[in-house]
Design a protein around this ligand. Sequence first.
Ligand code: PLP
Length: 550
Amino acid sequence: MPITLERRKCLRTSLQGLEVFSRNTGGLIGRSRDISPNGMFIETENPLKPGTKMLLEFKLPNEMIPIKAYSEVKWNKRGLTSEAKSTGMGVQFINIYESDRMRLEKYSKSLNGESSPKEETINSDDFTLADFINISDKDLFAKTKPFWKYIEDYKQKGYYIYRKFLLSASRNRILVFDEVAGKKREVINMGSGNYLGLTTHPKVIEAACKAIKKYGTGSVGSPLHTGSYDIHKALENKLAEMKGCEDAMTFPSGYATNVGCISALVRKGDVAIIDKLSHASIIDGCALSGGTLRVFRHSDIQSLRQVLEDSKEKYGGKLIIVDSVFSTEGDIAPLPDIVEVARQYSAKVMIDDAHATGVIGEKGKGAVSHFNMDGKIDIVMGTLSKALGGIGGFIASSKEVINYVRHYGRSAFFSAALPPPIVAAVLAAIEVIESEPERIQTLWKNVNYMKECLKNLGFKILDSQSAIIPIIIGDDLLAKKMNKRIFEEGVYLSVFPYPSVPRGQERLRLTIMATHTKEDLDTTLEVLEKVGREFDILRRESAIFSRKAA
Ligand code: PLP
């Protein structure tokens, strides 16, 4: 039944004096006077024109999370009528979460003595991780309380995707403890970066065990002091050779590598230029560097050229940093074009080869080999924690650059060097990649089979060129619900909700391994089809989804 003007009037309740802010400007707009199911009347000195659209924010006393409502000014009064004794405007809520509208109404009822406000509960479906970051309060820990309730509700619904404890090694099938079912279960592992299955290769395990016996468990020293062993040098030489560079150095993790390398090289007055979809570690390295950060559209050379042109006179050194394979998209950066334009503007190029190493290029050497660009990329960064099956990160470059970062890369210098068993394991893993090229061939056979089948089933997949296959779902809650069902059916994969990806791009992500059997792949496809049908998301016509066209 439509709500008539009369009915709306009788549904109005008093909501005196609640401050209303604009999310667009951050400024105070005015104070609320009453609220109806459709919107509210705001007393303000400067009523905005009818038709003005804006995002409003209200902060209820004693509640941590502000309420947001996308609204439109419907009418304004300038103190002329008895209805609006004060100047103000009536706004209609165009978009407000039901739970938020109820919070406002509950508060207005409590003001009118109808009931006392109860302890706030949180419906996790209405929030995302982004909602709990910028909550400011004199008590620094105050924000942790609503966040706790959010996570509790999230877990209770069975959507919580983090911290699934593995009870076995990370193979094609893993044993996990399923909190919802309250028991151990074996599931197919479609969520690991162990692309070549090397964490459990007998030669890799044997090398790690031997190193423990010879050197002990940890390196217990910074790499510039007592933390470097002969096998660290051997690994650096091997990584430099793999990436076609003069020298290489390691860091405690891939994350620490980007943070340490970028912040050592880019300083105040310089500029770091990155792709919009860069990994968090690249963004954080730039933030720490003291230089300026500029962003170009995803893999868009025109946009990169524009940023370089704008930066030409403004900055000293320029470093362009891109993922060679993008972790949420699976696509490969257009490196030859990036290098060509970089040279025109005297900019240096650094690539993050985390998901390329062991996967693309001759013998899994990564993006430089894939594009035949030996010696043309200034810095190649990589991680030891994916196809190489260990932990840690590295950069490979000229001997001068490596020498500089060794002494100024704070995340390496001020951290202990990698543990000897890990160094030995990664060295063995690289040897296995070289001596068993069929592993990469099997990986690609599996990837191509899965891409083809998913496309034929009608899933909207991104046109990935790596072992990462993203399935676009386009809705946060739907992605979580689907993931829950997929897990119940025996497949473990990753979900990327907002804010990990932009709204409307929420996705499931499969990472394929060389050790997946045909049976693993077919069972996964059966499960995905079953759940895809349950949620009615299979669309045969538009199976491949290009981000650029979207
Ligand atoms: N760079 C990219 C593109 C990644 O995907 C990751 C990890 O997910 C990292 C860097 C960080 O690597 P690590 O897990 O070794 O810290």
